[in-house]
Write a protein that binds this ligand. Structure first.
Ligand SMILES: [Zn+2]
Ligand SMILES: [Zn+2]
Length: 269
């Protein structure tokens, strides 16, 4: 059983209203040992309705969670993380983030592809779907050449969720070479990947990334795998984590990873 959730959002993220303490209560009731809050910070995210988005109040965030970590320290290990948007144009700010080393964990994610958001259908109009998805994977490789300050790459293949033409058959191996290069670069840099279960609630058949990519990461020598629900509401905490132990074991892993003060710790399945 996986008793750690390493990707959780709260009201500190622009797209969540979740009270953190309710998440903590639920995690304690469910017998969790570790949880890590990973609220969004995306430098240069496009504003929505004139509102600044995903700009984390880092000082307020740290202060709040350092307090709450203490308050619940007899019941659960609370870790403090951030989900950081990676992009070449903001690499200097990403690399200088949390210089004082207060955080336990940073997920590096691609929410924007060269400044544009694949969440919106307009993103998809300019080129073929295949070329657009390839550009997304190319942007990840580009990010790996300039962004250092993160521990695992978040929801690696999640762009497939947003392809607006639902009849399109996405196949990960159309991008085999790019994904292979991404995983090799991550391993060379000592970085991990996460398995993210959020898409399962929208009916996609596998977590992000899919099993074949997790296995490729393993077979190339990768060792660092964190597990996250990406919950923006407490009801999705550890969503469908019951499928993860078999997935990991079949890919060749007999442990998963948590982070404390940016150092990996390996937990046996
Ligand atoms: Zn994300
Ligand atoms: Zn997230």
């Amino acid at each position: 059983m996986i008793l750690s959730d390493y990707h959780i959002h709260t009201c500190f993220s622009s797209d969540s209203e979740q009270d953190p303490e309710a998440v903590i209560q639920k995690a304690i009731q469910s017998g969790f040992r570790h949880i890590c809050f990973t609220d969004h910070n995306d430098f240069d995210a496009p504003p929505e309705d004139g509102k600044e988005m995903f700009n984390l109040d880092f000082a307020g965030y740290l202060k709040y969670f350092q307090n709450i970590k203490e308050k619940y320290s007899h019941n659960i290990n609370i870790h403090i993380g951030v989900e950081q948007g990676l992009m070449r144009s903001v690499a200097d700010r990403v690399n200088a983030y949390d210089n004082d080393k207060s955080l336990d964990f940073i997920i590096g994610s691609s929410h924007l592809v060269y400044g544009e958001d694949p969440y919106y259908p307009e993103f998809w109009g300019k080129y073929s779907i295949k070329d657009t998805v390839a550009a997304y994977y190319e942007s990840i490789l580009d990010n790996l050449n300039c962004c250092e300050n993160f521990d695992v790459y978040g929801h690696l293949d999640y762009i497939a969720r947003y392809i607006p033409d639902k009849s399109y058959q996405y196949r990960w191996n159309d991008y085999n070479d790019l994904i292979h290069d991404i995983l090799k670069r991550l391993i060379e840099k000592g970085k991990g990947i996460e398995i993210n279960t959020a898409g399962l609630k929208y009916g996609i058949p596998e977590p992000n990334p899919c099993f074949d990519i997790v296995k490729m990461y393993h077979d190339l020598g990768g060792e660092i795998i964190t597990i996250g629900s990406d919950a923006h509401e407490e009801k999705y905490l550890a969503y469908k984590f019951d499928i993860i132990p078999d997935m990991l074991a079949n890919a060749g892993f007999n442990y998963y990873t948590i982070f404390s003060k940016r150092k990996p710790e390996f937990i046996k399945l």
